[in-house]
Design a protein around this ligand. Structure first.
Ligand code: ZN
Length: 148
């Protein structure tokens, strides 16, 4: 039970129940689709870039609670950042989830809630997917699929 409550921490539950920026941006500058075949998560990330600054970011699609909460938290955290800051944040999240266990950088703020999925290796890809997709959009790629 305690492990489950770690995974579904309140903040994750909240973002899953009321996802932020869950919509499409029809004429955005960058868009990418992410696919996690292991879980069935599909996410589409829309980014509006104006001279290197992310003025709007949103997502659509369907997936499990973890992928949805991660996408929601991602949009809330990266809006208003530069492309480079968003990329750095994404890399820090991926390092927190996939790398050796270390104290996550303070700049991540409440994104640290996502680190609970480390105990559930099958769910790590769910949490990483939206970030991977955001990076693809920022890099001008149109689609990503989680690898083994
Ligand atoms: Zn999932």
């Amino acid at each position: 039970m305690s492990e489950l409550s770690d995974l579904y921490q309140e903040i994750i539950l909240d973002h899953n129940k009321r996802p932020r920026n869950f919509r499409e941006i029809p004429s955005c500058t960058c868009v990418a689709e992410g696919n996690n075949p292991l879980c069935g998560d599909e996410v589409k990330v829309f980014v509006q870039l104006e001279s290197e600054k992310i003025t709007d970011v949103a997502f659509s699609g369907h997936g499990c609670a973890i992928s949805r909460a991660s996408a929601s938290m991602m949009t809330a955290k990266t809006k208003g950042r530069t492309r480079e800051e968003a990329r750095e944040m994404s890399q820090a999240v991926r390092a927190m989830l996939l790398g050796p266990e270390v104290e996550p950088p303070r700049t991540l703020g409440d994104l640290v809630a996502l680190s609970g999925v480390r105990k559930f290796p099958a769910r790590i890809k769910c949490a990483v997917l939206p970030w991977h997709t955001l990076e693809a959009a920022l890099d001008g790629e149109s689609a990503v699929t989680t690898e083994e």
